[in-house]
Design a binder for this molecule. Structure first.
Ligand code: B16
Ligand code: MG
Length: 226
């Protein structure tokens, strides 16, 4: 979805970042957590399925994992238990994260954007977002955090990004979204924001702009400034 050409200076006031796959990389821990559940249930699980879990909520992720399940039907209570077990294992792995897991170029780029006067927020589907940010040393860094604890609808619904804009006090059309999930790019588009894709979403050509590295974001935003 294209936006009209941006002219003049400072069309954007804020940048809303997805967390997993953009600021840091917990996807390998998600993979290991879901793989352990899948193995126990005899379900095939691979990277292709894991890519479909990007940006998707925990319970929706479980339903995707269970698509290939061929055993006895599972009750809702059992599904809740499986999701909780996955999350416990995932949290143990998150506990090993430290500020060393934050790429220095991510920190440098964030500081540069803040130095330009942009407001910075998180827009993540995760209910563990605050914990992850604390682990990597960004606990107090962002101006607002919108995450899985304040939404009722998952990406590609725009709710998580609209809430981020609301928390910042910035109009959605004055926000840029940075996302690694196609569902997240669709959510940003539905929110009326300019979308920048990285990682898997960039590989698929999604978004208004695509970047190969986080640091390239500074150049993309400079160009938007006209
Ligand atoms: P949790 P993001 C998303 O984070 C992950 O990409 C997705 O794989 C995960 O299922 C979702 O968070 C929920 O995570 O189980 O921690 O609540 O990319 O939106 O930052
Ligand atoms: Mg993501």
């Amino acid at each position: 979805m294209g936006h009209p050409a941006v002219t003049g200076t400072g069309p954007y006031e804020a940048v809303v970042f997805d967390l997993d796959g953009v600021i840091c990389f917990t996807d390998v821990y998600h993979y290991r957590g879901w793989k352990s559940i899948a193995d126990e249930l005899g379900i095939p699980f691979d990277e292709t399925i894991n890519n479909r879990l990007r940006g998707v909520s925990r319970m929706e992720s479980l339903e995707i994992v269970l698509e290939r399940y061929e055993g006895e039907p599972l009750s809702d209570a059992r599904k809740e238990e499986l999701a909780a077990t996955k999350n416990e294992r995932y949290r143990v792995m998150l506990g090993d994260m430290s500020p060393a897991d934050l790429d220095p170029s991510v920190r440098t780029t964030l500081d540069e954007l803040r130095g330009r006067g942009l407001k910075l927020a998180i827009g993540s589907s995760s209910k563990n977002a605050t914990f992850i940010l604390e682990r990597i040393g960004l606990g107090d860094y962002f101006d607002a955090i919108s995450d899985g604890t304040n939404i009722t609808r998952s990406k590609p619904d725009p709710e998580v990004f609209l809430k981020a804009a609301e928390f910042l006090g910035v109009e959605p059309e004055r926000c840029v979204v940075v996302e690694d999930a196609v569902a997240g790019i669709e959510a940003g588009e539905a929110a009326g924001m300019y979308t920048v894709a990285i990682g898997d979403a960039a590989d698929q050509g999604a978004g208004d702009a695509q970047i190969g590295t986080f640091a390239e974001l500074a150049d993309v935003l400079s160009r938007l400034d006209g």
